[in-house]
Design a protein around this ligand. Structure first.
Ligand code: ADP
Ligand code: MG
Length: 478
């Protein structure tokens, strides 16, 4: 039997507002437990929530960016359930009337083909607190700092057919919210996480199979592994005559397994009803227009521009737009290099990113700034240094030895372009190696490399390679 996988994702993005969605408490990450939860976040009697306008603006920004319908009126509802990290006994969310309606996300697959994934809705809600299980000796600690942090929950249609597609979709949303600067995208801190709904069905069958929901996965790698593991588990159950239970499961990344957490609630279990403490949110068309005007360039547009204006190939463009910071770094490099678009792409992708990776350093902490790299590339382009010497210069810049020009100067790395000087060196080498000259003239073309090597050795790599080649050819064949 051939099986088909069906996946729908619910992505939770923490909106990067300064204060919480219904209170003035700070949303900053990493504070001492329970120092950033005010009476509203604790749900004390007599308090009233006040909606954070910035959270609304960010949600609309997302909706506009993905071409989704923005609801002229949306409503906050209470989702009732009991959990130790939810002191009110309900979570304020949106149910029947979410702020962002249907939209679309285009993902690109490994073979270059594109696929459109439907977004069902995106709604505003508050995050819950956190239960802490370590260091409490048989008890559980509760930290309510996160309670009330604004979330935008982005719900997809069950349109994905493999773990790879799910990851591509999640990455796409991640880059969109980062480009929009509505979420810091920090997955380790839980600012961007997802629930993956997974089911399988016999290939060709129209109806969906029963799904399991894998909760709170906070890394791209884990999403892929968790889904693949879950698919196998479900197929095994069905093929051995069992039935998949509709339930919520937890992914255990240490053991790469999932385990049951609870049977899945139906919506009616939550007894949703409009929150009487909050007014409906009415959005004027002018509010949406203003946001449209200030929308930054989105990843797809940037990619197309890098290809059409900068002459990059699709692969390089993809690599560079993967994060907004990297794309910005690249564009600054191009500017300072004197518009050396491809050379800059190469240096940013290979040397810079490679060194950052190797050293485990984030781009914003790079010891070589975009301007420094651009200034250096300019010296390759104007033949002051060769590409090979540039690697030395780059390393010296990385180690804090100054700008490219300073390093070229102080280390005497300027390329030798004086034809006379190079000719003199070549003449000496030719007369010192009569045997190799004979071999070359006898048709052994490989020996040419030997001569190039000798010239480079004598000039410590500073001779202009193009010039060396031309002069050597001329002299050896005369
Ligand atoms: P809930 O709030 O109960 O989790 P929804 O019905 O809104 O649920 O669906 C949540 C997610 O589950 C959506 O992303 C949807 O695409 C996905 N989904 C629904 N049915 C299936 C299915 N049979 N297989 C895989 N995903 C599914
Ligand atoms: Mg769900």
């Amino acid at each position: 039997m051939e099986w088909e996988t069906v996946i729908g994702l619910e992505i939770h993005t923490q909106l990067s507002t300064k204060s919480k969605i219904f209170s003035a408490a700070s949303t900053a990450y990493g504070a001492e437990p329970n120092t950033q939860a005010c009476a509203v976040d604790l749900g004390l009697p007599g308090v009233l929530p006040v909606l954070n306008a910035e959270a609304v603006r960010m949600a609309v920004k997302f909706g506009v960016a993905i071409g989704a319908h923005i609801a002229p009126r949306s409503v906050f509802a209470r989702k009732n359930y009991f959990y130790p990290d939810l002191p009110k006994g309900y979570q304020i969310s949106q149910y029947e009337l979410p702020i962002v309606g249907e939209g679309q996300i285009t993902i690109e697959l490994e073979d270059g083909s594109k696929k459109v994934i439907g977004v069902t809705r995106a709604h505003l809600e508050e995050d819950a607190g956190k239960s802490l299980h370590e260091n409490f000796h048989g008890m559980t600690g509760i930290d309510l700092n996160r309670a009330g942090t604004p979330l935008l929950e982005i719900v997809s249609e069950p349109d994905m057919r493999s773990a790879v597609e799910a990851v591509a979709y999640m990455k796409k949303i991640h880059s969109i919210v980062k480009y929009l600067e509505i979420c810091d995208g920090n997955m380790q801190e839980g600012s961007f996480r997802c629930d993956a709904n997974v089911s399988v069905r016999p290939k060709g069958q129209k109806e969906y199979g029963t799904r399991a929901e894998l909760k709170n996965i906070n890394s791209f790698r884990f999403v892929e592994r968790a889904i693949n593991h879950e698919v196998e588990r479900q197929i095994d159950i069905i093929e051995s005559g069992g039935k998949v239970a509709q339930e919520t499961r937890l992914y255990d990344s240490d053991n790469n397994t999932t385990r049951s957490m609870r049977s899945k609630e139906e919506a009616m279990d939550y007894r949703y009803f409009p929150d009487p403490d909050l007014l409906p949110v009415d959005i004027e068309p002018s509010f949406i227009d203003d946001i449209k005007q200030t929308l930054p360039e989105m990843p797809d547009d940037k990619k197309n521009r890098f290809i059409s204006d900068f002459g990059l190939n699709a692969n390089d463009a993809d690599t560079l737009i993967a994060s907004k910071e990297l794309a910005d770094y690249y564009e600054t490099t191009v500017k300072f290099s004197g518009n050396e678009t491809r050379l800059s792409a190469n240096w940013v992708i290979v040397e810079l990113s490679g060194t950052l990776n190797k050293e485990g350093i984030e781009l914003n902490a790079s010891p070589v700034s975009a301007q420094m790299l651009g200034d250096m590339i300019k010296r390759i382009a104007d033949d002051t240094i060769s590409g090979k010497i540039a690697k030395q210069v780059f390393e010296a810049m990385w180690n804090g030895q100054g700008s490219a020009d300073e390093i070229i100067q102080s280390k005497g790395l300027k390329q030798v372009t004086d034809t006379g000087a190079i000719e003199k060196i070549i003449d000496d080498i030719i007369s010192a190696n009569p045997q190799q000259v004979e071999q070359f003239r006898g048709g052994k073309d490989k020996v040419f490399g030997f001569f190039v090597g000798q010239v480079m050795k004598q000039t410590q790599g500073k001779a202009n390679p193009k010039q060396v080649n031309e002069l050597l050819r001329k002299k050896l064949s005369s």
